[in-house]
Ligand binder design. Structure first.
Ligand code: ADP
Ligand code: MG
Length: 700
């Protein structure tokens, strides 16, 4: 390998960690496990937490509730091996004048080599027992009086993530020395932002630091603080003078990550616009006018506003890339229909992709009813079947040779998986976007010559995710529900109250209303689980007798599903027992009751979506979440639903409680990996990053 120093093009920060004194191949291999390969990576190694080594807890005052930092002298130590030496416990007894502390480690016999009687040891953890005062597997560090001790003592000290064999003290020393050595070059990775002077967007403090031990002792972050430079942020990250410095550092470095991401999004968008031309799809109203006249209701102001945004895009010079967000029941379908008509009026075909067959069927039914009187053909294509016994007859699957009038084709993912083509595709509508991966969406769009794209999502996406994961889509929000909707009240009940719940549901069914009963966690592929639903089904039939109860689950054949749904729509079936299949999009206004069993097994957003099936008519609706779960977190989650029906608030809560991975599911797991950014709390930082990037673009 050539000597790195002769290559002046390699910045000092891009050099491998092995250029650092004291880092050989063994250490480098350990650092690699922490994803630290270069000097720059090392300087961005984010502390896991901080310890204020100016304040210690007396051993006498340690508690079993919260972790704390103490210091003491090793009074005694010993390793005990159990049968055949396979198991062991190493015990260290520390003394600080106020009392003794027993520290124990199981099956880590080599711990013995780290300590000697008489050593001064720092220990961090919480007690597992009081008599004697004991900590199991605490974090420890031996105090050493050497020339570097100023790095490790009498100040706020960073505690880094480690890997096997890598001592905390060694890593801290390395980072500190490297920082000092490269202080000037640290400016280099600065993405060139001039944020100095930007207000720090602290809203409710920083969860990261708030989660530090003894938060009461932390100084509040000064809201008047301004952003430090990147170089200063990196210094503050590793040697903060106050905890507020650490917050500031994290936020600044998170901001840089968001800026990098926003620039990427922006560039992707620009590239896309450079190679594509918008098809002229703004329409001339000759179909929309009669459509709206026959609709039976007037569009809400929010629906009209969103339609103006869509029309503007569909007549623009670049293909529309827009996400339509609106809470359950806000009337996204009518908006989608108008968008479709704009393209159809302009002579282009439209496809609508729905995540389930049931939903595709329902859309087919609605759109056929809406569009056939206008002389527009509506076709259907799903994985389950290619022909339909519903009126009107299906259009041929392949676009006919001689071009006929433009048409709408509705389908599931089969639309992308099979050889469906159309040569004048003007608009792609994707319903319930969160069920599809970004890749699937792109695949569908590639079928045409850059058609316009409108993705609809019923689960509101928290603003932070909206601006990061979906940052390349423009956003339209329907923030108003049609008037005349009955209230939805939500209650959480334990399972032993089920008889009362069924009695209540029974009285409402007597009054002519209908009910959904949702049963979670059905592995749609396993026969055993289906049996479980069947058993539940019998139980519920008995509980609700003499009312007629139908059953809907994924293993039914399409025709069976459809006949159950028909029965429910027509009111022949009063209660529908279903898996979460009904989660999306079903629309039966007379259904005003929903019982969700084992509700804790669903995510909040999903529960909100399920609950969106009721409250669609004028009658008051009731949603009963049945759950026996005792954990405070699960209770808190369900309580969010009792308290609000605002999908955006629920989505934010879901993000906070479960994190972005859970919320988005595997399909979306392409979410960016951040070192410092935290999608749970960094909305203002994302916004700031966006502003900075667009200002930067305007300046250039
Ligand atoms: P979602 O946004 O959840 O997809 P839908 O499009 O299914 O909602 O609409 C829910 C119900 O509200 C449907 O029955 C629809 O016909 C009705 N609806 C839509 N817009 C209006 C409106 N402006 N006024 C009254 N009812 C409306
Ligand atoms: Mg819908």
């Amino acid at each position: 390998m050539p000597d790195a120093s002769v290559h002046s093009t390699v910045s000092p920060l891009e050099q491998a960690v092995t250029v650092l004194r004291g880092v050989g191949t063994d250490r480098a291999a350990q650092l690699e496990k922490l994803r630290i390969r270069t000097v720059g990576d090392l300087l961005l190694h984010r502390p896991r937490r901080y310890e204020d080594r100016r304040q210690f807890r007396m051993m006498r005052e340690l508690s079993t509730d919260e972790p704390a930092l103490a210091r003491g002298i090793v009074a005694a130590m010993g390793l005990k091996r159990f049968r055949r030496g396979a198991k062991s416990v190493f015990e260290l007894i520390l003394e600080d004048g106020s009392g003794r502390l027993h520290c124990r480690w199981w099956n880590l016999p080599f711990m013995e080599h780290y300590f000697a009687v008489g050593d001064e040891v720092l220990v961090f953890g919480k007690l597992s027992g009081l008599k004697p005062r004991t900590m199991d597997h605490p974090e420890t560090e031996v105090v050493q009086a050497d020339e570097e001790s100023a790095i490790h003592m009498n100040r706020i000290v960073p505690v880094y993530p480690l890997t096997e064999g890598l001592p905390q003290r060694w890593l801290r020393g390395l980072i500190r020395r490297t920082l000092e050595q490269h202080e000037r070059e640290v400016v280099e990775p600065d993405p060139g932002l001039n944020v100095v002077g930007c207000r720090l967007p602290v809203e409710a403090g920083d969860a990261w630091v708030a989660a530090q031990p003894a938060p009461g002792t932390l100084p509040p972050v000064n809201r008047e603080s301004t952003m430090p430079s990147r170089a200063r942020a990196i210094r503050l990250l590793h040697c903060p003078e106050t905890m507020a410095d650490a917050v500031l550092a994290r936020q600044r470095l998170a901001l840089d990550e968001f800026v990098v991401l926003q620039r990427k999004i922006r560039q992707r968008r620009l590239r896309f616009e450079a190679r594509s031309r918008g098809l002229p799809c703004r329409g001339d109203n000759h179909l929309i006018k009669p459509f709206l006249a026959g609709l039976g209701f007037a569009l809400t102001e929010a629906q009209k506003r969103v339609l103006r945004e869509i029309r503007h895009d569909m007549g623009g010079s670049h293909p529309m890339r827009r996400m339509l967000q609106g809470d359950v029941g806000s009337g996204k379908t009518a908006v989608a229909a108008c968008a479709a008509l704009m393209a159809l009026e302009s002579g282009f075909d439209v496809v609508l992709m729905a995540p389930t067959e049931i939903l595709a069927e329902q859309h087919f039914r609605n759109f056929a009813r809406w569009f056939n009187p206008l002389g527009v053909r509506v076709g259907m294509r799903t994985g389950g079947r290619k022909t339909s016994n519903t009126e009107p007859p299906l259009m041929p699957l392949e676009a006919p040779r001689t071009r006929q009038k433009p048409s709408l084709t509705i389908g599931t993912h089969a639309l992308i998986e099979t050889g469906f083509t159309t040569d004048r595709l003007g608009l792609v509508l994707v319903d319930e976007q969160h069920k599809f991966g970004v890749a699937q969406r792109e695949q569908l769009v590639r079928k045409g010559n850059y058609p316009h794209l409108l993705v609809m999502t019923a689960t509101p996406i928290p603003r932070t995710l909206g601006l990061t994961l979906y940052g390349d889509l423009d956003l339209s929000v329907i923030d108003e529900l049609p008037s005349g909707r009955g209230r939805v009240r939500t209650f959480v009940r334990p399972a032993d109250k089920l008889p009362k719940v069924w009695a209540f549901v029974g009285t409402r069914l007597d009054q002519g209303r209908q009910a959904y009963v949702v049963y979670p966690r059905v592995e749609e592929t396993s026969g055993g689980a289906t049996k479980a639903v069947l058993k539940e089904f019998e139980r519920i039939q008995t509980a609700l007798a003499p009312h007629r109860v139908g059953l809907l689950h994924g293993r039914l054949k399409s025709a069976e599903k459809e006949s159950v749904m028909d029965g429910f729509r027509a009111g022949r079936i009063q209660a529908l027992v279903a898996t979460s299949l009904i989660e999306v999009g079903l629309d039966v206004p007379n259904a005003t009751l929903m019982v969700i069993e084992n509700a804790e097994q669903f995510g909040l957003a999903q529960l909100h979506q399920l609950r969106g099936r009721i409250g669609r008519g004028a009658h008051e609706s009731h949603c009963i979440l049945v759950s026996d779960i005792k954990s405070p977190e699960a209770r808190e989650r369900l309580r969010v639903l009792e308290e609000t029906t605002d999908g955006f608030r629920i989505a934010e809560a879901d993000l906070r409680l479960r994190g972005p991975g859970e919320l988005l599911g595997q399909e979306q797991s392409g979410s960016p990996r951040f070192r410092f950014a935290d999608l749970r709390q960094d909305f203002s930082l994302v916004q700031l990053a966006r502003d900075l990037v667009s200002r930067e673009a305007q300046a250039s």
